[in-house]
Design a protein around this ligand. Structure first.
Ligand SMILES: Nc1nc2c(c(=O)[nH]1)N[C@H]1C(S)=C(S)[C@@H](COP(=O)(O)OP(=O)(O)OC[C@H]3O[C@@H](n4cnc5c(=O)[nH]c(N)nc54)[C@H](O)[C@@H]3O)O[C@H]1N2
Ligand SMILES: Nc1nc2c(c(=O)[nH]1)N[C@H]1C(S)=C(S)[C@@H](COP(=O)(O)OP(=O)(O)OC[C@H]3O[C@@H](n4cnc5c(=O)[nH]c(N)nc54)[C@H](O)[C@@H]3O)O[C@H]1N2
Ligand code: SF4
Ligand SMILES: [Mo]
Length: 717
């Protein structure tokens, strides 16, 4: 048998590592990092190396399935399935209006470079506002806060060549996720090591001594949910001691005096006590951050999922801005984007333009569109609430609401209430089990893709267009292709930036990508011709002088923020060493985390990853477990104000006392607690979506959740 080797990139997660795949007899047999690649240099992780098994596993859905109505499925030809789905969708649109048909793009939609633009364009073509993605239950706080803050035309400092990097609730060594200025998520450990060798100081703020914290110069092991407190305290100290960039602030920053007054209550001692760290550490972290010349502070999912995530991200913007962490006139913009269209960069402020409070409204909790999509935290209610605008059909692209959405019982009710649920999923996931149709997806090695999502995450001008490595299975469809199928059957074309998509002729992925990115800095054709990842060294974009007449300033206190800073001071949940939330007493705060060997609910199906563990342990400080008389491996009941789950306790010295650290997207449909060691348990059982939620994004409290814990006997569970 001959073995052929193909260069491509891994799409198991969003890090898109450049890899080489050996193919024998039409099957992938081995994956290696592409050592020649100028960005990735041969890096892969354990998940990416399982692509061969992902291709061959019997768990994989290779043919489309139709629910017989009792949870059992029959195989159905994909064209027939699409005929039935399209007819149902047209009927729903006719009877109930376009809003009755919704899309949810989950994390695997993000792994396909056409699966965000196409569905959204289809929704526009039929006039349906019901477009949802996982971003609004992830870190919507970043785009929301940036939109009302204003942006610096020249861009902000990035990790590379910075003297200091502060990571707040972000663990790139495991998650490979720091798109907004932290260590580029491409071999992040090596990137940290290299910059630290050059002198960078790294500060990690996390209730857990994470894999990233282990490598840091300074670790602040804070209490969960106190990031706005910490940041207010740091900002106060910097302004008080005059450590800010006075020159930059005097030209480009609004409301500095009012901000200074607002953060006054956050004295160093108060801040340190509430965060649960020594005051000396707070001072050291603040001085280290502020005294550096170049630097960057970034937040991850930790703070963004805690209450007031939007405020936290705002305070991170404030911290960076008052320290003048922006590229100045004449400086190089490290990566202006390769797939993105070219645009000039100037040393001035683009005026704030809040990406909320406009467009369509949700029918619940006063929520509405955020950056052009509807908030996922309201999707269940939009399905359950009768009346005009009710959602009757949901197309779920590479997402798993049953284990990922807040409030699992409500999600269960909502998924069952739908008249039509279509899942495009590689596995019979918890959600897919409830689907009317499961459409077999084309997997990554069978399709063309380009590094669209990561285009501006690189800190160098890099991109990678890959052609399909393997021929595609006739029964499978790409995630975006579902919408072409709908357009084909209705005759309504989908408008893309480069023009309409012909409904009469099935387009190739390459044609679709050209229509999505017609004005890319480097054309799709040129990227495609390279055949591998490429560094475009000729791209040299410099920050041009500020334009005359540009007077916009960065907004330190957009509407409501001053009051929020004060509200945080008043809503302290720590009283006499106890956690008090809504007048109930709790002993622990449960926090979110990620695990190296799985990607949310993906990977659990593969044998080598199963060897790393099949459950999402409830990691706790050994002293906390001892005090409860519980040993590692025993079952515990974790009870919050709105729900309960059974978890498997595991002692971990890296967890702060009083904290439980547990990964999400495990477990199955409600019930079956006995399977917790094989399947884990959904932490979303603990979340409520209607009491503690962000007023702009609707995102509920998804970390720092007050809970009580007790030992449970095996049979009782
Ligand atoms: N409590 C709590 N809840 C959370 C979070 C948290 O930290 N805590 N995190 C939130 C975050 S950040 C996110 S992004 C969301 C994630 O929310 P979702 O995206 O809804 O959940 P995933 O588990 O990532 O779902 C991915 C789905 O894609 C399927 N899949 C795997 N491979 C393929 C493929 O090749 N093609 C296709 N089409 N499908 C495939 C998997 O089987 C799975 O069903 O969850 C959110 N929910
Ligand atoms: N291997 C792997 N990689 C992944 C994923 C995966 O499931 N597995 N998921 C992907 C997804 S969907 C996303 S969105 C990214 C997320 O990427 P990250 O944001 O880096 O996610 P985590 O690794 O969970 O890191 C979050 C950290 O926040 C800490 N934390 C929790 N609560 C708080 C708090 O209140 N305050 C502070 N300061 N810290 C807190 C946690 O202890 C944890 O270490 O990762 C992606 N990458
Ligand atoms: S980090 Fe791992 S899973 Fe993610 S792209 Fe790279 S090899 Fe694939
Ligand atoms: Mo995410």
């Amino acid at each position: 048998m001959t073995v052929t080797t193909h260069k491509t990139f891994c799409r198991f997660c969003h890090a898109y590592c450049a890899i080489e795949v050996d193919v024998e007899d039409g099957k992938p047999i081995e994956v290696r990092g592409d050592a020649e690649d100028p960005v990735y240099g041969g890096y892969t992780c354990i998940k990416g190396r399982q692509l061969p098994e992902q291709y061959t596993t019997p768990a994989r859905i290779t043919e489309s399935l139709k629910n017989k109505g009792d949870g059992e499925f029959d195989v159905i030809d994909t064209d027939d399935a699409m005929d039935e789905i399209a007819a149902k969708i047209q009927q729903l649109i006719k009877n109930y209006g376009p809003r009755s048909v919704a899309t949810y793009v989950g994390s695997y939609g993000y792994q396909n470079s056409a699966a965000l633009v196409l569905p959204k364009a289809w929704h526009q073509s039929v006039g349906s506002d019901s477009y949802y993605t996982s971003v609004t239950i992830d870190q919507p706080a970043k785009a929301i806060s940036a939109s009302r803050f204003g942006t610096w035309g020249g861009g902000t400092h990035k990790f590379t060549d910075a003297d200091v990097c502060m990571m707040i609730g972000n663990n790139p060594v495991v998650s490979q996720f720091t798109p907004f200025g932290g260590p580029p998520p491409f071999s992040p450990y090596a990137r940290l090591r290299d910059e630290m060798k050059k002198g960078m100081k790294v500060i990690v703020v996390d209730p857990r001594k994470t894999e990233s914290a282990n490598r840091a110069t300074l670790h602040l092991q804070v209490n969960p949910g106190e990031d706005p407190t910490l940041l207010s305290g740091m900002i106060r100290m910097i302004l008080d001691e005059g450590l800010h960039d006075i020159e930059f602030c005097s030209h480009h920053i609004q409301d500095l005096e009012e901000l200074t007054a607002r953060v006054q209550p956050y004295t160093p001692q108060y801040t340190a006590d509430r965060c649960g760290i020594p005051v000396e550490q707070l001072v050291e972290a603040t001085h280290t951050f502020a005294n550096a010349k170049r630097g960057v502070a970034v937040g991850g999912t930790g703070p963004d999922m805690a209450p007031r995530g939007v405020l936290t991200e705002h305070l991170i913007l404030v911290l960076n801005a008052i320290c003048g962490r922006v590229n100045r006139e004449g400086e190089q913009v490290p990566n202006p984007g390769i797939v993105s269209p070219p645009a000039s960069r100037h040393a001035d402020v683009h005026e704030a333009n809040p990406a909320f409070n406009k467009g369509p409204k949700s029918r619940v909790r006063g929520l509405g569109e955020v950056f052009g999509e509807m908030p996922t935290a309201a999707l269940n209610d939009e399905i359950l609430l009768e009346g005009e605008g009710q959602i009757k059909a949901l197309i779920c692209l590479g997402g798993n609401p049953m284990v990922a959405f807040p409030d699992q019982d409500k999600t269960y009710e909502a998924m069952q209430k739908l008249e039509l649920l279509v899942c495009v999923d590689l596995y019979k996931s918890a959600t897919a089990k409830l689907a009317d149709y499961i459409i077999a997806p084309t997997i990554s090695l069978e399709r063309d893709d380009v590094t669209m999502l990561t285009d501006t995450w690189y800190d160098v001008p890099y991109s990678h267009y890959t052609k399909a490595v393997l021929p595609r299975n006739e029964q499978s469809r790409e995630e975006w292709e579902i919408y072409w199928e709908l357009s084909h059957r209705s005759g309504v074309p989908i408008e893309l930036p480069g023009g309409p998509l012909d409904p009469t002729k099935r387009p190739s992925k390459y044609e679709v990508l050209k229509l999505i990115a017609p004005n890319a800095r480097i054309s799709i054709d040129e990227m495609r011709a390279k055949g591998k990842g490429h560094l475009y060294e000729e791209v040299d974009v410099r920050v041009e002088p500020g334009r005359s007449g540009r007077t916009a300033q960065l907004q330190m206190l957009p509407e409501g923020v001053a009051d929020e800073i004060t509200a945080v001071f008043n809503e302290n949940i720590w009283r006499d060493g106890k956690i008090i939330d809504e007048d109930k007493e709790f002993t622990h705060l449960l926090i979110s985390r990620r695990l190296k060997h799985v990607f949310n609910s993906s990977g659990q199906q593969l044998s080598n990853l199963q060897k790393k563990g099949t459950t999402n342990f409830a990691y706790m400080n050994p002293e906390d477990l001892k005090a409860m008389g519980v040993e590692s491996g025993q079952l515990i009941e974790i009870q919050g104000a709105y729900g309960m789950l059974i978890g498997v306790a595991e002692a971990a010295k890296d967890i702060k006392s009083g904290v439980i650290s547990m990964a999400h997207a495990f477990g199955d449909l409600p019930g079956n607690w006995g399977d917790v060691r094989q399947k884990g348990s959904s932490t979303n059982r603990l979340l409520d979506d209607h009491k503690t939620y962000d007023k702009i994004t609707g995102q509920p409290r998804m970390t720092a959740i007050p809970v009580n814990v007790r030992h449970v006997k095996e049979d009782a569970a």
